[in-house]
Design a protein around this ligand. Structure first.
Ligand SMILES: Cc1cc2nc3c(=O)[nH]c(=O)nc-3n(C[C@H](O)[C@H](O)[C@H](O)COP(=O)(O)OP(=O)(O)OC[C@H]3O[C@@H](n4cnc5c(N)ncnc54)[C@H](O)[C@@H]3O)c2cc1C
Length: 533
């Protein structure tokens, strides 16, 4: 079946799309608004601001890759073209926590798994009471979430979950634990399971296929393979964004060509590692030394099970069932809460999740069709023993994340590993192990309970990853506590907004994309009104 490629047709019809790698000489672009980063926050901002009649330039350091590039459905190609640091190759400064984050037009939405949750009520209440955030109560956010849900076709997944997600549903049912169907942002989904490598049929309503094309139809300019190195500033205002073109060969080496963007207003939307890094590189005022602090990541721990039948965890919508049974049990500030979900399993990332070598890995991969993994998203950032990590600049000016795990976090990780092992056995697993170097496969729940209680939980022994980068430029009405206001406006720089996941004062306690869309819809709409006046 032939699919028209949205961008091939759009560019032919006159969309302004510039591949900076092809520029031979320096350029200057003028706009009402320059948006840096084209992910969840940047893509939606581009649509809202350009629909308001503003001239928008949208800058993306990654390449423009479209459905035509995704049809091989290859894991390795996707990590190379669509992920920061080549996917599983990127990690915290000490190498202990793998970081998955997108880097192409559409940002991380191009490769995410489509789970779409509104920001949980306890999180919004905590921000208001503890972080002096205003205007984002459940009632105030309702219309914005509703608007985005309609825009991106977000609805609970109606078909049956795949066999992989059914493990979570069955285990919860058997144990009497809460579980729910996940809302997804898809239209005409083929249920194939390749969301993480770029949707080959444009069913996922990522920014790549929804808001960015709409912004382009409204006259926005998209410039890709351009990394903004610096925001120049004077007298409390940004005067220019300076970008460096990146060569097409590796997509990372500067060609030596610079692009200067002059705008009335600037929106930083590079995500929770790159936005703080941009502010640090630009030496923007930071009187309270807040930039890069409180970076939360929903640290993930996993268990691996072998199921009696083949479940082919690489097929089908990747995440359709979740459990909040352990999330808010003890309130926002009790022992660490966690959300349980199911990751899709593919040979590359799946083999890393096993966290074993040699014969053990060979056996695990030989039985890959029966493998099920559960993950726990640990809710960090709500208590003093879990303040998140710190983004700082590496020698090359790129962000480096330092992240420590306190006893409080490890205690939550151990409970999460125990819950997941219990659940997998309840769902019929024949053996289960923690994703941990010292874990064996356990034959039953009593054995797993004893062994996991004794596992030495520490970095490098425990498999840890994050796909949810949040914070680093937190919002608060109090400039001593926040880099931006609750409207996303920088406290010291008059014509700078931050509209991405970096503004969250804590982690979300649920997959963050809809939280970013909702906040961005609200704040970009207010900005559009102000700039259009
Ligand atoms: C594998 C995976 C699965 C996920 N699944 C889900 C899910 O199911 N549900 C969910 O809610 N969330 C999911 N997420 C997370 C979610 O997609 C992100 O939290 C969200 O996209 C972050 O939005 P953002 O606007 O903060 O940044 P991003 O979407 O990461 O976009 C930032 C963009 O800015 C660009 N950029 C950065 N700095 C610069 C610069 N200086 N110059 C130019 N461009 C720059 C980057 O290249 C990037 O493309 C997943 C993440 C991963 C990695």
């Amino acid at each position: 079946m032939a699919f028209p490629d949205i961008y091939t047709e759009g560019i032919a019809s006159g969309w302004k799309v510039i591949d900076a790698s092809a520029l031979a000489a320096a350029q200057t672009l003028e706009a009402d608004v320059a948006i840096i980063g084209s992910g969840a926050g940047g893509g939606l901002s581009a649509e809202i601001l350009s629909q308001a009649g503003l001239r928008v330039v949208l800058v993306e350091e990654g390449p423009l890759k479209t459905s035509a590039d995704f049809r091989d459905m290859q894991e390795a190609r996707a990590y190379r073209d669509l992920y920061q640091g080549g996917g599983p190759g990127k990690a915290t400064s000490d190498g202990a926590i793998t970081i998955l984050q997108g880097r192409s037009v559409g940002g991380t939405t191009t490769i995410n798994w489509t789970s779409s949750f509104r920001t949980p009520e306890p999180t919004l209440k905590f921000w208001a009471s503890e972080h002096e955030v205003v205007g984002h109560s459940v009632e105030e956010m309702k219309p914005w979430f509703a608007m985005v849900e309609q825009r991106l076709n977000i609805a609970p997944w109606a078909p049956a979950p795949n066999a992989n997600n059914s493990v979570l549903k069955l285990g919860c049912d058997k144990l009497g634990w809460e579980s729910h169907v996940i809302p997804r942002n898809v239209k005409g989904c083929w249920d194939s399971g390749y969301c993480g490598f770029g949707c080959p049929v444009n069913a996922k309503q990522s920014m790549l296929v929804s808001t960015i094309p709409e912004a382009l139809k409204h006259g926005a300019t998209l410039i890709h393979r351009l990394r903004v190195r610096q925001l120049q500033h004077a007298d409390g205002k940004i005067t220019a964004a300076i970008g460096e073109a990146l060569g097409a060969k590796d997509g990372r080496t500067p060609t030596g060509v610079t692009v200067t963007i002059r705008a009335r207003h600037y929106v930083a939307a590079g995500g929770a590692l790159n936005t703080p890094a941009l502010l640090l590189r630009s030496q923007l005022p930071d009187p309270n030394q807040l930039v890069g602090k409180r970076t939360t990541i929903h640290p993930v721990v996993l268990t691996m099970a072998t199921m009696p039948e083949k479940i082919n965890a690489f097929y089908g919508a990747p995440q359709t069932i979740a459990s909040d049974h352990f999330q808010w049990k003890d309130g926002a500030t009790g022992p660490m809460g966690y959300k349980l979900e199911v990751p899709p399993m593919f040979p590359g990332i799946g083999s890393a999740t096993f966290n074993v070598f040699g014969k053990d890995l060979q056996e695990g991969m030989a039985d890959f069709a029966r493998a099920n993994s559960l993950l726990a998203l640990l809710r960090d950032g709500f208590v003093p023993q879990s303040e998140g990590g710190t983004v700082r600049l590496g020698d090359d000016g790129n962000p480096v994340l330092d992240y420590e795990l306190s006893d409080y976090v490890w205690e939550g990780a151990r409970r999460a590993l125990l819950s997941m092992a219990e659940l997998q056995f309840a769902a019929g697993a024949t053996k289960v192990r923690a994703a941990h170097l010292d874990s064996a496969y356990y034959a039953n729940w009593p054995e797993a309970r004893r062994a996991i209680a004794e596992l030495p939980l520490k970095k490098f022994r425990t498999t840890l990853f994050t796909a949810h980068l949040m914070g680093g430029c937190p919002m608060s009405e109090n400039p001593k506590r926040g880099v931006v206001t609750s409207r996303g406006r920088h406290h010291q720089i008059a014509n700078l907004s931050i509209l991405d996941g970096s503004v969250f004062p804590t982690s979300i306690g649920a997959n963050p994309q809809l939280s970013i869309y909702g906040m961005t819809a609200q704040n970009a709409t207010a900005l559009a009104k102000e700039l259009a006046r």
